[in-house]
Every structure is written in C-alpha cells, then in structure tokens.
Design a protein around this ligand. Structure first.
Ligand SMILES: Cc1ncc(COP(=O)(O)O)c(C=O)c1O
Length: 396
C-alpha cells in the first residue's frame, strides 16, 4: 500500500532539496533572501521581551537571520546533527568552535596534518590565550594515547587532511577520547556530509568551510559548526553573537542553493578524481599519487570503512624539483592555478609555496609537504579533457 511521505524518513537527496525551507507569505518556490541587518518591533515592550529571551524572534542579523536559519536547518538535517551555527568562513568556524569551548589553562591535542591556517590557529593563536596545544601524528594511535594521558579538554583533527589526504580513524580516536573525557572536533571539509558523517562515528563537533564543496562554484565564503543542541546554544552561539563572525544572508542563500546539488556534485567529483588518480599512478614522472580509495594509500582500509568515496582531491608528487613542478602547473590549460578547492572548475596548487607557505621547512617536511607535492581539486569537466590537459603539461 502506498504511504504518505514521512519527512523523517526522507533520504539525504530529498532532504537536501526540501528541508529547512521557511516560506514567506508570498509562497515562493526557491528560498527568499532576507538581505536586512535589523528587524522591527511592534512595541518597546516587544523589543524588551525579545532581548530578554522571553519571546523567540529575529532581532539583528549578527544574532540570526531567516535566510541564514534556512541554511543552518538544511545542513543540520543533512548532517543528522542536533544543531548548526553558520559562520562567515571556514576559518571562523574553526576558531569560534575552539575558542568558545576552551579557556586559559586548557589543553588541546591536534593532529599535525592540518590546513595551513588551522595549524596557525593551534600553533600560534590559541596559545596566546593561555591554551596549551600538543601536536600528534594523527595516524598513530600510540601518539594519541600518549598525548591524552595528560588531561585534555579537546581534540582537533582533519580527515582527509589538506593537502596530503592523511586519513585518521575517527571512531577509534572518538573511543579513546571517551575514555579520557575529551571532546572531538573534526574538520570534515574534504569529505562533506555526503561521504562521511563524523557525528555518527562518535565525534562531538563537526566543522565546515562551506566555501569549498557546499558552495562548490567559487562564489562566496561561509562556514558551519554542527554539534549537540547544548553545545551550539550554550557555547558557540553566545560567542558568535558577541564577537560577530556571522554569515551574510546573501552568502547563506548561495550556500543553500549549493546544498541542493551537493550530493550529485560530490559523486561526480569523486568519480573524476578516481579516474585521474588511476591515470597519474601509471605515469613514470609521477613519483607518488595520493588518493584515499587507491589501494596504495597507507590508510586505504580506514578510508573504505568511514568514507563512501575518495572525494574530489588528488595529491601527487612529480619527480624533479620545484622548477619542474612550476613548469607543469604553468602549462595546464583547463586546470587553473588556485588555492581554492571543491569547485566545479578543476583547481591546482603547490601547497609548499601557497596554503602552507607560512610553515617552517621542518614543519612542512614533518607533514610531507615537499617542493614536489601538488594538490589537484578535480572539477566537473569531462574527465578525458582533464587527463588530456595533464598529459600535455606533463609531456611539455
Ligand atoms: C580543511 C580546511 N579547513 C578550513 C579551511 C578554511 O576555510 P575558509 O577558506 O572558508 O575560511 C580550509 C580552506 O581551504 C580547509 O581546506
């Protein structure tokens, strides 16, 4: 017998298209953009009640906005999280989540293999506020165990990591964290909720740069923090309300539209990336190809366990020196040189001189960022055209 559609049983593609929509009195199909900073009260008493949390309504777009709420609600439902708070960029999501939870005297343990700015937050910014930070090799369980033996308030990790695609076993680290009563924060940018759901694997907080695949079309910055209702309402929201790294309503609208097609795009990014990884693997001039679903990837078994596909980024090393790498990048025609990723357009970068330039040579080497390493964010072009482009640049 046919049944009436049950919202709670919708599959993720249906949720991505329909959930979170707040329709105005005009019954628009696509979500409206509420591009306003303030809201009007019918009386001074109403304003007083709103500021005193006696009534629930919008007050000011730094605190909340209907278009931003629609983005938060849709992402929350796709992620199966209790709550979500949007931010103006991925970095503000990383900083706000950690800075709102930690205080002077607390200790954070982070994996070493982090995106450049995330590493700087841990290495330089949090310690300025009296937070002690220790780094571990994220793929080594003994390292984590040893670090957690000293009381630790939070763990921060990125998997797959940018740019070396190191994979950390999320459920294993979360089990350890429970033993030591530590919260686990996962930067899930490279996987998106389509490929990996850290909260289901035991993590406490998930962080996104929505600038990447969630927009996925190179248009705007954005970020999000997902966690329990208590953490978002009591810890993150007051911090964002008073310090102001809020998401613009226009950007929230762009990101809402991105969420509708995220699943389709991620599947295609992953298919194209796998083909390119297989192609690079056969080339003599490529000394190393790194892609989570290649069986040569050192953590391939963990990737298969926790990710639905390998994602849209392939990293590789060319034989030779930096000059040779730059020549290769400069010869590409379709693939563009850019430090962004997760875009419909294929984008390539040399992490040692861009995203990770600020790390010392030793710090770079410790996380495998050599002068020969290249990070390719595979777009949605025809994969044969991309392979032809790479082949031409390699041959040249
Ligand atoms: C893993 C990771 N986290 C955070 C960020 C920062 O995001 P945003 O540029 O939106 O601030 C990036 C950007 O590349 C990233 O790759």
């Amino acid at each position: 017998m046919s049944k009436k559609s049950d919202r709670s049983k919708w599959r993720s593609e249906t949720k991505a298209v329909h959930s979170g929509t707040l329709r105005s009195q005009f019954d628009e199909t696509s979500e409206a953009i509420f591009l306003n900073s303030g809201f009007i009260y019918s009386s001074a008493e109403e304003a007083e009640a709103a500021f005193g949390d006696k009534i629930n309504r919008y007050l000011y777009s730094r605190f909340g906005n209907p278009t931003v709420s629609m983005f938060e609600e849709k992402l929350k439902i796709i992620e199966d999280a209790e709550d979500c708070k949007a931010t103006g960029s991925g970095m503000s999501a990383v900083f706000a989540s950690l800075a709102s939870y930690l205080k002077a005297g607390d200790r954070l343990v982070a994996s070493k293999a982090l995106f450049g700015s995330c590493y700087i937050i841990c290495k330089e910014i949090l310690p300025k506020f009296g937070i002690e930070v220790s780094f571990v090799n994220g793929t080594n369980t003994e390292d984590w165990e040893e670090a957690l033996a000293t009381p630790t308030k939070a763990i921060f990790l990125e998997t797959p990591s940018n740019p070396n695609l190191e994979i950390i076993d999320i459920s294993q680290i979360c089990k350890l964290a429970k033993v030591y009563n530590t919260k686990v924060f996962v930067d899930n940018v490279f996987s998106t909720p389509i490929l990996q759901k850290p909260l289901d694997l035991g993590a406490d907080v998930v962080i996104y740069s929505a600038t990447k695949h969630i927009d996925g079309q190179g248009r705007c910055l954005g970020g999000a923090i997902l966690s329990s209702e208590e953490f978002i309402k009591d810890v993150v929201t007051p911090f964002i309300r008073h310090t102001g790294p809020s998401l613009s309503p226009f950007n929230a609208w762009v990101l809402l539209k991105g969420l509708e097609t995220l699943s389709l795009r991620i599947k295609e990014h992953s298919n194209n990336a796998l083909e390119i990884a297989n192609y690079l693997h056969t080339k003599n001039i490529v000394s190393r190809t790194i892609y989570p679903s290649l069986n040569t990837h050192p953590q391939n078994e963990i990737a298969k366990k926790q990710m639905k596909a390998g994602g849209g980024v392939v990293s590789f090393e060319l034989k030779g020196n930096k000059d040779k790498v730059f020549k290769f990048l400069n010869k590409l025609q379709i693939i563009k040189i850019s430090n962004n990723l997760g875009d419909t357009k294929s984008l390539i970068c040399h992490p040692a001189t861009t995203t990770h330039q600020r790390l010392s040579d030793d710090e770079k080497l410790e996380i495998g960022i050599t002068q020969n390493l290249i990070r390719l964010s595979v777009g949605l072009e025809n994969v044969d055209d991309l392979i032809d482009d790479i082949e031409y640049a390699l041959d040249s």
